[in-house]
Ligand binder design. Sequence first.
Ligand SMILES: [Zn+2]
Length: 284
Amino acid sequence: MAAVRRSAILILCSCCLHAARLSAQRRQSSPATAGESRAVTAFEKARANQANGLALEAFLRRMPKGGDLHMHLSGAVYAETFLKDAVEDGLCVNPNIDSLVRNPEHGPSTPCQQGSVPAATILQDQKLYDALVDSFSMRAFVPTPGVSGHDQFFATFDRFGGLDKSHSGEWLDEVASRAAAQNEQYLEVMMTPEFSASARLGQAVGWPVAPGAGSAQDIVGTAPQQLEQLRAKLLEGAVRAEADRSTRHARGSPAVRPDPRPASATDVSGCGVNGRIDPGCDQA
Ligand SMILES: [Zn+2]
């Protein structure tokens, strides 16, 4: 995931610089400003420095990036973080499919189901740890006939999907800190709320049976009053509780809501704590 993200940033930056250079060249009526000229010169110099490949990366990393829009939070967190969280939460790992396994009704002290091992095993098993990082990301992925990069990317979400959303604040901190470190000014992060209980309730409740002829109905034959009752039933049953819970977790991020609060297990950035300010604390 890290490598893919870095490549995307490099491509984005190269495009931006190329566009800036072209526009500077074409604006004959308004010549490039001193700052634009300096940026183009520095970029060309870093690019020409073949002996030091890191010069170009160093230049691009510091270059202002603007905003990162449509960022799915769980797609932006590193696999290594998910593995750490899985160990903390006492989840299990299925080595046959390199996925996390979550048993909501079982606590951390409950033995894993047959075929699975405690997530803590990865701390002593480098091979399994590496296999899981590859499974949760695009790292080392090589497309084969019938399995494209697209397939791998979307398959990852189910593999780490067993993690609890209570980590959302910590994940937001990680993403904000990384964005600040590569000089991004703005993040537009999206998070899908938990909906497993809501989905189960929806299945159990079912769609209202259409009333008899003569009643006010919508195009599928449902009366407005039935829809109101259905809505109330779903909200009270699970939907409101799940939505509230997800919102609370997201708000738990000190990075996006900096205030002097005691450091906690999920406080990665430590904004305002013990005088330590992470660059991610200023992230919009
Ligand atoms: Zn999307």
